[in-house]
Ligand binder design. Structure first.
Ligand code: ZN
Ligand code: ZN
Length: 391
């Protein structure tokens, strides 16, 4: 056990707050972390020393005893955990502290994620199995995306075995406490590493961390606790999702044996392209083709929208490239009341073939003054118009 003063090790004082102590330790833990200091025995010692100091000073009861009696007050008998004693803390104990120090109990955010391993959560020593995540693709039409959709999807996945209720055992009498680990789910051993002798804790190889042993296996699942099965899952997809977006439903993935935590269902959104409507963010763009005659005389055009057909007025003298807007006929933003617009891009249709009659009519109009192009100096360019509509 270290003889150095715990307050000196962390560089804090007796009056420092719990938060200050935590911050001080976090700094040292990152600085002296073995990953950052490979083959450095003194960093390793400092790392352990800081962890030990934090272990005491972060616990109000231990801190008080240390304040009164010094190292003797916190020496042999440590309350609770049991993972502390003898020659200080072992590495696994130190790393398991990190869940509290760096936030996210084994999840994201911690710079030491690798130490927590995937697929298991180790709270209080015993390993809890976690089912794997399940990924599915859901195809949605533009209409479904605009309105939100409820999809009932049949998925093939691991489900809890009904015969044994997930235990994997034939009956109650065929479950006994694991002899290797005595029910704790983990075994300790001393190993020689490049950093010297270290005590490590690992998952019990006999029971795989469950703490119990099965003498006779369930006939339905052959001891696995889960079986392959089908489940119909109702997925509520909010309006406004887009292609490539992933939604996740926690607990709807593969089941885990022994009352473990089921994995998540990851839903990948796939947008089926619409025949005539194109999506631009939350706006819908539609290319309307108008004959020269309709553009000159004006008319009421019928356009498709995601809510069905709509009428839009084409004013007499409408130029090609004009953008018209149907407000609120676009895609809603996810979790918002705001909805995009439908933008109608007017294309004047020039006839590609003419009958002799049509040709004769147009020949008459060729030299008619109103048929000569007269672009205005202040007419906006295509890009200016696009900017106006999309920004
Ligand atoms: Zn065991
Ligand atoms: Zn079973």
């Amino acid at each position: 056990m270290s003889k150095r003063d715990y307050y000196d090790i962390l560089g804090v004082s007796k009056s420092s707050s719990a938060d200050e102590i935590k911050k001080a330790y976090r700094k040292l833990a990152i600085k002296f972390h073995p990953d950052k200091n490979p083959d450095d025995k003194s960093a390793e010692d400092k790392f352990k020393e800081a962890a030990e100091a934090y272990e005491i000073l972060s616990n109000p009861e231990k801190k008080q005893r240390y304040d009164h009696y010094g190292h003797a007050g916190v020496g042999g008998a440590s309350g609770g955990g049991g993972g502390y004693g003898g020659g200080g803390m072992n590495m696994e104990d130190i790393f398991s502290q990190f869940g509290d120090i760096f936030g996210g109990g084994g999840g994201g955010g911690s710079p030491f994620d690798s130490f927590f391993g995937g697929g298991q959560q180790s709270r209080g020593g015993r390993r809890v199995a976690k089912g794997s995540n399940l990924r599915i693709k859901v195809k949605l039409t533009l209409e479904e995306i605009a309105n939100g959709a409820e999809k009932k999807i049949k998925v093939n996945k691991q489900i809890v075995c009904k015969t044994c209720d997930g235990s994997g055992a034939k009956d109650k009498s065929s479950v006994s406490t694991c002899k290797t680990c005595g029910g704790s789910g983990s075994v300790r051993r001393v190993t020689n590493t490049i950093l010297g002798q270290m005590q490590t804790t690992s998952t019990c190889p006999t029971c795989n961390g469950s703490g119990s042993q099965i003498t006779a296996k369930c006939n339905s699942c052959h001891g696995e606790g889960t079986v392959r099965g089908e489940e119909t899952i109702t997925i509520n997809i909010p309006a406004g999702v887009s292609d490539g977006m992933q939604l996740s439903m926690s607990g709807k993935g593969n089941a885990a044996p022994n009352g473990g935590i089921p994995g998540d269902l990851i839903i990948l959104i796939e947008e089926t392209p619409h025949e005539t409507l194109k999506r631009e963010g939350n706006n819908i763009v539609y290319d309307l083709h108008v004959s020269i005659v309709d553009a000159a005389l004006g008319y009421s055009a019928e356009v498709p929208t995601i809510d069905g057909k709509a009428k839009i007025k084409i004013e007499p003298g409408t130029q090609s490239g004009k953008l018209l807007r149907l407000k609120g006929k676009g895609i809603p933003e996810v979790n918002s009341y705001h909805r995009g617009d439908q933008i109608i891009h007017v294309n004047i249709w020039t006839p590609k073939a003419l009958s002799s009659e049509e040709r004769a009519l147009l020949e008459k109009l060729r030299d008619s003054p109103n048929f000569k192009p007269q672009p205005g100096k202040n007419d906006k360019s295509f890009f200016e118009k696009m900017k106006e509509y999309f920004e």
